[in-house]
Ligand binder design. Structure first.
Ligand SMILES: [Zn+2]
Length: 253
């Protein structure tokens, strides 16, 4: 079985090195390590150097940090490090945060996201998009951009927007929430396997297990997707891995 965890925050794990060993032992063939700010993006690049052919780095600034960074600085940092990355991510919009109620804050998130999309275009890199409560705007700002691909990570937006995401040729990624979240389950059910990636978004807390997740838990995502789709877990692993390899242009595992 070939398997890739397509979205992980290694910096958030209490024991990232141990988690990588456990992921290898669990049969996970690679992880895409996303950055969420300049520091953790640099960390993702370092982890990739430490684990060549296993950890593949994404660099970017998450909308949660939109007020903590200067847009020009974030864009310049990402631009100067893009050659070492497989993706620009995690980037996007999130209007659900308490601080994001005001329009000027949302405007700043959009400026940051747009600036980072410029970098992705300039370097011909795919993007990993966070779009919570900003599904339509996240898609609108992306569509028509000359990026080679995109994944709407942990998408749980409305189905009519999902259809636009899929019609635009983008991927959607499933997380362990595919086992319990009504919105996310609806999205995974509606998305053809040929457009699905699997991930953990580690260290996001696993409700059922009452602990933080790590990349080996991508098997929970595979199991949940397989149940929803009525197919064998092997098929989910196989197809989603092929999708991740295609999107992020990874060496075939
Ligand atoms: Zn994430």
């Amino acid at each position: 079985m070939r398997l890739i965890d397509s979205h992980v925050h290694l910096d958030g794990l209490r024991d990232a090195e141990g988690a990588i060993v456990r992921a290898r032992d669990a049969g996970v063939d690679g992880v895409v390590a996303m950055g969420a700010n300049m520091e953790t993006s640099a960390g993702a690049l370092d982890a990739a150097i430490l684990h060549p052919g296993y950890v593949f780095p994404g660099i970017g600034v998450h909308p949660a940090d939109a007020l903590k960074v200067e847009v020009g600085e974030a864009v310049a940092f990402t631009d100067s490090n893009a050659s070492g990355a497989v993706a620009i991510g995690e980037i996007g919009l999130d209007y659900a945060y308490g601080f994001a109620k005001q329009n000027d804050v949302r405007e700043r998130m959009r400026a940051l996201y747009s600036g980072l999309l410029d970098v992705a275009e300039a370097h011909n890199l795919p993007v990993s998009v966070h779009s919570r409560s900003a599904y339509s705007d996240a898609l609108k700002l992306l569509r028509g951009r000359g990026v080679p691909g995109a994944v709407f990570h942990w998408f749980d937006g409305p189905i009519h927007i999902l259809r636009e995401v899929l019609d635009s040729g983008y991927y959607v990624s499933a997380t362990p929430a595919a086992a319990y979240s009504r919105g996310h389950r609806a999205v995974v059910s509606e998305t053809p396997l040929e457009r699905l990636l699997v991930e953990t978004d580690s260290p996001v807390y696993l409700r059922a297990e009452a602990r933080d997740s790590e990349p080996s838990d991508v098997r929970l995502t595979v199991r949940a997707v397989a149940e929803l789709k009525g197919v064998e877990p092997e098929e989910v692993a196989q197809v989603s891995t092929r999708n991740a390899e295609h999107l992020f242009r990874l060496p075939a595992v």
